[in-house]
Design a protein. Structure first.
Length: 237
């Protein structure tokens, strides 16, 4: 947002004519160079639709049969990434598509849209028990023996974290990364403070939001054929 009364110098740099130009200017997703093309629009709704349509949709789905390969693929990247699944009953929103592109260095995202209960067995819940949409971050608890891999599924819980919006999702992802990066198999880069803090991303987000305190996170755990148990984890950054 630009205050047209206070930031006239910026408007001049943008060659933005208050008398002739529309009320909003939309720059598509991607590079931020000075020569980046834009499109003028007349309403906030038009601006939102244009911005959303420019975000690449890189999300693919995963089911129970492909889950093991997805997890191993996540661990083979550098740095190791958290396998992260959006559980939803509709097409992913532009908010989640944007988050997928921005946080893809540390989280490997997939979707389950209207999944059958057999695909949700790993989370210890049926489809009817989930408050959708929600996100599950899979966290390894067995770094060395991948044949008997154990892990935790950290589920986003609106009762604890608040509405499923961008700012709360940022807090949720930073919580998971800071607490559990050291548990990831492969090159998790847990000895690098920049990776543990996701420092580059934090600096960007802090310019736009106050992301100071992390809410509790619901954690469910399964090892082998054991049932899930639920505890509450708190952290801050």
């Amino acid at each position: 947002m630009i205050d047209r009364r206070e930031e006239k110098d910026l408007l001049e740099i943008m060659e933005y004519d208050l008398m002739k130009t529309a009320s909003a200017r939309v720059y598509g997703y991607g590079d931020t160079g000075a020569d980046k093309p834009w499109e003028d629009v007349d309403s906030p709704l038009d601006a939102r639709l244009k911005a959303c349509s420019s975000i690449p949709d890189t999300l693919v789905s995963v089911d129970d049969a492909g889950l093991q390969d997805f997890i191993y693929q996540s661990y083979q990247s550098t740095p190791s990434r958290f396998p992260t699944i959006l559980l939803t009953d509709e097409r992913p929103s532009c908010m989640f598509r944007a988050m997928t592109n921005r946080y893809g260095t540390f989280f490997n995202f997939r979707t389950m849209i209207n999944p059958p209960d057999k695909d949700l067995a790993i989370f210890g819940k049926s489809f009817k028990e989930l408050d959708l949409p929600t996100v599950a971050v899979l966290v390894s608890t067995a770094k060395d023996d991948t044949e008997s891999l154990a892990f935790q599924a950290i589920l986003y819980n609106e009762d604890l974290m608040g509405d499923f919006d961008y700012v709360n999702m940022v807090r949720f992802l930073f919580t998971a990364n800071k607490q559990y990066r050291h548990t990831l198999p492969g090159d998790n880069m847990a000895d690098k403070r920049a990776a543990v803090d996701m420092r580059d991303l934090l600096e960007v987000e802090k310019k736009r939001f106050q992301v100071n305190f992390l809410q509790p996170v619901e954690k469910v755990q399964k090892e082998g054929q054991m049932k899930f148990t639920t505890t509450v984890v708190k952290d801050e950054f």
